[in-house]
Design a protein around this ligand. Structure first.
Ligand SMILES: C[S@@+](CC[C@H](N)C(=O)[O-])C[C@H]1O[C@@H](n2cnc3c(N)ncnc32)[C@H](O)[C@@H]1O
Length: 240
């Protein structure tokens, strides 16, 4: 796994973060050292999804990057006729995912997830993706996903969480940045990456997430993982 050193030299101008070839080359190391709990969330997402998938079912991994979650699902599913469809709009991510994951049950599509129909989906995963979408597009997306997925389906969402109270927000934000330094990132790397994400990653509070799930019509919403200011939710399209 290549080490993420993307932000280790001083830049005259910080440009907005993009999921390009440079990021693809170091992505597994970057996300492992940047997202607290990532190495727990991915296999648990796989397990949860796999337990829900029966013969012939389809799961969607939206914003799949290199397909870590797609792979985690497939490792836990033992039916030959299950399909997991990974969608990402970064061509370099999809190319690499296709090269690395050769399981015939996996399919990768390079497309904007806002424009991909998820017909007959039994499981939909949005792991660390909503935060990169236009805020105004988030509720319409969840409403559409709910209307297109099966009534007995499962939605799994993981996100960074903003605290409404500024002091609590600062506490978790500062601790998160300290955790990144403890993982080997320098002060310069932490601060340049932070600036580069500023306009790209717009994080919601837990209340906003809960309200959006309700407004989109999801029921039985549970927060199943929390690590500092990072959380994972599971929801059903209808009351079970
Ligand atoms: C933090 S990564 C997701 C990590 C991945 N789900 C995992 O668990 O390894 C966010 C991904 O979302 C993708 N993305 C952002 N906006 C998107 C959109 N509108 N349509 C499809 N993919 C999108 C990015 O290209 C990037 O690969």
């Amino acid at each position: 796994m290549s080490e993420d050193r993307i932000f280790n030299t001083k830049r005259a101008h910080i440009v907005d973060f993009a999921f390009d070839e440079n990021v693809v080359a170091v992505f597994p190391d970057m996300i492992r050292r940047s997202v607290p709990g990532y190495e727990t969330v991915v296999p648990l997402t796989g397990l949860m999804a796999a337990r829900h998938l029966q013969h012939g079912d389809t799961a969607y991994d939206l914003g799949c990057s290199l397909g870590a979650t797609t792979l985690a699902i497939l490792q836990q599913v033992h039916h030959d006729d299950v399909r997991v469809i990974g969608v990402d709009n970064a061509p370099a991510m999809i190319e690499q995912a296709q090269a690395q994951i050769t399981d015939p049950r996996a399919q990768f599509i390079c497309a904007d997830l806002n424009e991909v129909a998820v017909s007959n989906a039994k499981v939909i995963v949005l792991n660390f993706v909503l935060q990169f979408l236009e805020p105004a597009a988030r509720l319409p997306l969840l409403k559409r996903l709910r209307s297109q997925m099966r009534p007995d389906g499962l939605l799994i969402v993981s996100e960074k969480i903003r605290q409404d109270d500024p002091q609590r927000h600062e506490f978790f934000d500062a601790t998160h940045l300290a955790w990144k330094r403890a993982n080997g990132y320098s002060e310069l790397e932490v601060s340049q990456k932070h600036q580069s994400l500023e306009n790209v990653m717009r994080v919601d509070s837990e209340d906003i997430h809960q309200q959006r799930f309700a407004d989109a019509g999801f029921a039985g919403v549970d927060q199943w993982f929390r690590c500092m200011n990072w959380a994972s939710f599971v929801a059903s399209p209808e009351k079970q």
